[in-house]
Design a protein around this ligand. Structure first.
Ligand code: DON
Length: 448
């Protein structure tokens, strides 16, 4: 699709595409920035191309403008090769060779840690040359693994742009200089020439904004490609990569980017950008004109716009949600439909129904309703905790709730959990049932 076609794209009926179209329309007329010339093939592109794509956790792909236009991935390869190195070697071994500190310097800066010669982070050129050299195998095997890994992230087989590769091979002396410096300092394992060649190859893999959206969505989905279902990297690796993207992905603009946009992101000199919102979506953007830091002007502006309009900033307070405890009743153990009167001595079932996503704040709220102090009677009573409407319990919440259930059991309360989905979200109950009827039958059995 050409940039002209994108400028006259028909209004979309799909709300997500319509939102992307709106942001696209707002920025498509901007002409600021320059096309890079230091890699000659990059200066041959149509500078007016502008594409946006969003891949969701359900595997849907939404696009606007030149979202299918091909370009070389350049530095957006870096987080994904970092993911591969982490998967192969583990965090400690990788960090032994490359740091995780924002450099506050340009992507091609010649600056290495004093003493060790270690590059600042895997998102700047020096760090990326080291990370790709860490991938196991001889140079051909390294690139083969890199190509296969990035293809799995994208969900399709990626090919190289041979011209972009040849162009960078011919003109990439600054990267060569960096590689020789690191070799001299002892921080690069392979030969300088072999290392830069693999790195140049990875930078010349051809992608589209749609591919970058899917690749970022794979990180956002904890390492599983939401379109193909393939587990590409472990969740922990995806977390590490997104973290380094957040702190270092936009080079000497990383701090202001996080302030204004608040999404982990990575840019490339071909004018591309990949950004992710964990557990929500991945976004790919492509617009070749760059600002002085080498970041796409329209891509960055579009992302900032999207982030503000849709409240995507990672520290944004999501506001009020429905109460975590949506039913709290004390019922007669002999009659599930009769509330017990305060002060009555008949056996009691304390029914508590939780709903939604139980993270720390919700768990801490629920704890208030699950104490002896606030109404659960000790000895010979039942707590019936219904989790059927709970969508998720995170680690800290499960531990807090389990600890409280264990305490109640020690006080003589029999704890039953019901969960229609039988997910075993909490472990400290006396028993788990898949329906209220089964739980009440067990209460009746317990009284007999
Ligand atoms: O090494 C280089 O200079 C290019 N192959 C990639 C640099 C890059 O994409 C920087 N990003 N804005």
């Amino acid at each position: 699709m050409t940039s002209e076609a994108s400028m006259v794209s028909a209004p979309s009926t799909d709300p997500v595409t319509a939102a992307l179209d709106e942001v696209h329309a707002r920025h498509v007329g901007a002409r600021g920035g320059e096309i890079p010339t230091y890699i000659p093939t990059l200066s041959l592109v149509d500078p007016d191309q502008f594409g946006l794509a969003l891949a969701s956790m359900n595997g849907n792909l939404y696009r606007s403008g030149d979202a299918e236009a091909p370009f070389s991935i350049q530095s957006v390869s870096k987080p994904f090769v970092f993911a591969l190195a982490l998967s192969e070697l583990g965090l400690d071994e990788v960090l032994h060779n490359v740091g995780a500190e924002p450099s506050g310097e340009a992507f091609n800066a010649i600056s290495l840690e004093e003493g060790t010669g270690r590059p600042d982070n895997p998102m700047v050129n020096a760090g990326a040359i080291v990370t790709s050299s860490l991938v196991p195998g001889d140079p051909a095997e390294k690139f083969d693994r890199i190509r296969r890994c990035l293809s799995a992230f994208a969900g399709r087989a990626l090919e190289m742009d041979e011209e972009a590769f040849a162009s960078e091979l011919e003109t990439g002396d600054r990267n060569r200089a960096l590689a020789y410096l690191m070799r001299g300092a002892g921080s690069l394992r392979s030969s300088a020439e072999a290392a830069v060649e693999v790195y140049f190859r990875q930078c010349s893999l051809v992608v589209t904004a749609c591919d970058l959206a899917v690749m970022a969505a794979t990180l956002a989905a904890g390492g599983t490609n939401p379109r193909t279902g393939e587990r590409v990297v472990e969740p922990r690796v995806a977390e590490h990569v997104l973290t380094v993207m957040a702190t270092c992905g936009m080079y000497d603009y990383a701090g202001e980017w996080l302030l204004r946009v608040g999404l982990p992101a990575k840019s490339g000199v071909s004018g591309c950008l990949a950004a992710a919102s964990p557990a929500q979506f991945g976004i790919g953007a492509f617009s070749p004109r760059l600002d002085v830091r080498g970041n796409s002007v329209r891509g960055g502006a579009a992302l900032q716009d999207l982030s503000e309009r849709f409240e995507l900033h990672f520290v944004h307070d999501t506001g009020l949600s429905a109460p975590v405890v949506f039913r709290s009743e004390d019922l007669s153990a002999t009659d599930p439909f009769t509330p017990v009167t305060p002060g009555s001595r008949e056996p009691v079932v304390h029914l508590r129904r939780l709903q939604g996503e139980i993270e720390f704040a919700a768990a801490e709220t629920a704890l208030d309703d699950l104490t002896i102090e606030t109404g659960i009677r000790e000895v010979g009573t039942w707590l019936l905790l219904d989790l059927s409407h709970v969508t998720r319990v995170n680690g800290v919440s499960a531990q807090l709730l389990d600890a409280r259930l264990a305490g109640l059991r020690a006080s003589g309360v029999t704890v039953f959990v019901t969960d229609a989905l039988a997910r075993h979200l909490l472990r400290s109950a006396d028993a788990e049932f898949t329906s209220a009827e089964e739980a009440w039958a067990a209460v009746a059995g317990g009284q007999a």
